[in-house]
Ligand binder design. Structure first.
Ligand SMILES: Cc1cc2nc3c(=O)[nH]c(=O)nc-3n(C[C@H](O)[C@H](O)[C@H](O)COP(=O)(O)OP(=O)(O)OC[C@H]3O[C@@H](n4cnc5c(N)ncnc54)[C@H](O)[C@@H]3O)c2cc1C
Ligand code: SF4
Length: 354
């Protein structure tokens, strides 16, 4: 992005962290095909919501997404997901069942206005690397596949015309703009930023109105496009934010981070350099802990970041072997001090069926 200035002239990309579990449930409670989407609870004034999908073979996929432009550094997305499962409409589905998988991933929420330049010499951005998720529907697979087809067509055309590689696939951005992916994202472009702009209640009303106008072909009456703030810029100081007390896990419906990471089949070869790199090793304590009470210990859904006392004071310990590669730390760290780099040896989570 930086090397080729691909983000020039577009809005910052924004994200949510999606935390997901698979459960084998009581066959009598299973309703194949049932889809539940929620918004809000247990969040109060932070954007987010959950999903529960009844899949094949008596299994449900349940997840909760917290928008990473949240302001309160005491907030812990993992704990919000655990609380979500205790809702009276959700808990009975899980009771008597067994959790079989866990995972977490940042999902891009910037929409059309955050899509960077799609091509650079010798390469193209497709799927989620470009940011093609339809946020109100929480769907990105179809757009990932279609954009890959458009880029492949552009590459095929270039090869037929004698390209030796290393040039820009100019026809790909053009075919993207003419495709149904663009039209779909254009219709949905204001739904997510409206929630941050107007708050959950008014924002939801506005989003519904905007989506309906666009769906009914009346989008020309609402021609504007809302902007975004970068997610790392929104945290308030800990002293200015209400504390949040999260209940302890019960070990049946709600769990702790370490037993969750175990179910992600995460593995990294030992003794490799830490793939969570810090530009300035002092900043986690001097800035993050001092002003924000160390939010990385809460926004990481895998317990990678721990502030520990070692006799000389508190220091940050990075348990990189637990990392489930969600990229939240790289996105949300307030001074952009953390850079996630690819670990050695193809390590990371190994998600079956997620
Ligand atoms: C919690 C959650 C729920 C979702 N639910 C839905 C849903 O119900 N329906 C839907 O349509 N969409 C859903 N999405 C969105 C959907 O998952 C994405 O839009 C889609 O997976 C994007 O596909 P992709 O191929 O572009 O990227 P990905 O699926 O992210 O694939 C990228 C791959 O590249 C690999 N990779 C990354 N860096 C490297 C590297 N340096 N070297 C080698 N490999 C690398 C990654 O490990 C990954 O396997 C959801 C997303 C989340 C987070
Ligand atoms: S270390 Fe970063 S990328 Fe890894 S799980 Fe934690 S927040 Fe996600």
């Amino acid at each position: 992005m930086t090397r080729f200035n691909l983000r020039d002239g577009v809005e910052p990309q924004t994200y949510g962290i999606g935390i997901k579990e698979l459960w084998d449930i009581d066959p009598e409670k299973h309703q194949p095909g049932l889809v539940i989407h929620t918004q809000g609870w247990p969040l109060a004034d932070t954007v987010g919501g959950g999903f529960l999908y009844h899949q094949e073979e008596n299994q449900v996929a349940i997840g909760f997404i917290v928008a990473l432009d949240y302001e309160n550094p005491h907030l812990a997305p993992f704990e919000e997901m655990q609380r979500f499962k205790t809702h009276p409409a959700i808990r009975p589905v899980l009771e008597g069942g067994r959790r079989v998988a866990y995972g977490a991933r940042a999902i891009n929420e910037g929409g059309l206005q955050a899509i960077p330049k799609l091509v650079f010499p010798g390469g193209a951005l497709i799927g989620c690397s470009a940011g093609f998720v339809n946020v109100p529907r929480i769907k990105g697979s179809h757009n990932a596949m279609k954009s890959a087809m458009l880029a492949a067509d552009a590459a095929f055309e270039a090869i037929q015309q004698g390209s030796q590689g290393g040039d820009e696939l100019d026809t790909y951005p053009a075919s993207f703009k003419a495709s149904w992916v663009y039209r779909e994202l254009h219709k949905a472009r204001n739904a997510r930023p409206a929630l941050s702009k107007f708050g959950t209640l008014l924002g939801t009303l506005y989003s519904g109105l905007d989506l309906w106008f666009n769906t009914l072909g009346l989008g020309f009456l609402l021609p504007w496009t809302f902007g975004h703030h970068a997610d790392h810029s929104t945290l308030k100081k800990a002293a200015d934010s209400p504390k949040i007390e999260y209940p302890k896990p019960d070990g049946e419906i709600t769990f702790d981070k370490l037993s969750s990471v175990y179910l992600s089949n995460t593995n990294h070869t030992e003794n490799q350099p830490c793939h969570l790199t810090l530009k300035d090793a002092a900043r986690p304590v001097d800035v993050n802990l001092a002003l924000y009470e160390g939010p990385e210990a809460r926004f990481c859904p895998a317990g990678v970041y721990e502030f520990i006392e070692d006799g000389t004071g508190r220091r940050l310990q990075i348990n990189a072997q637990n990392c489930v590669h969600c990229k939240t730390c790289d996105i949300k760290d307030v001074t952009q001090n953390i850079t996630w780099v690819v670990p050695e040896g193809g390590g990371g989570p190994n998600y079956p069926n997620m």
